[in-house]
Design a protein around this ligand. Structure first.
Ligand SMILES: [Zn+2]
Length: 128
């Protein structure tokens, strides 16, 4: 009877009945030991396809937020962020050749890094 049922993990056909859960027959794989219910999406979600990832990366590059891109392709924003990190981690940073003549305001942060000295206006008022 169990000839048509095969394991979801190892695709083995050596499965036996292992009780019922949620009014459905549960099966036990004798090869890998996985308990599963036929017809359910377990175990785990399917890995996303390249098309889905590419669309999400395109949307993020066009200016959408991670959350908005996730809503379009049907995943949560953390998944989109993870894909983006994997993808962007392989890219090379642009190299600046020669001395800088003009620095735009949004580049100032990278140029200065962080402000280490705090402007203390209160102490000047006390001395006057
Ligand atoms: Zn198995």
């Amino acid at each position: 009877m169990s000839g048509t049922v095969c394991c979801k993990q190892c695709q083995g056909e050596e499965v036996v009945k292992s009780g019922r859960i949620r009014n459905k027959q549960r099966w036990l794989c004798k090869t890998c030991g996985l308990n599963f219910v036929e017809g359910e999406g377990r175990p785990g979600p399917k890995p996303a396809g390249l098309e889905k990832k590419s669309l999400a990366m395109l949307l993020v590059c066009l200016g959408l937020s991670f959350r908005a891109a996730g809503l379009v392709v049907g995943v949560v924003r953390n998944t989109v962020m993870e894909w983006f990190r994997d993808w962007a981690g392989g890219l090379e940073l642009p190299k600046v050749e020669g001395p800088l003549d003009v620095v735009e305001f949004d580049e100032m942060h990278h140029f200065i890094q962080s402000k280490k000295q705090v402007l203390d206006l209160e102490s000047n008022n006390d001395s006057c």
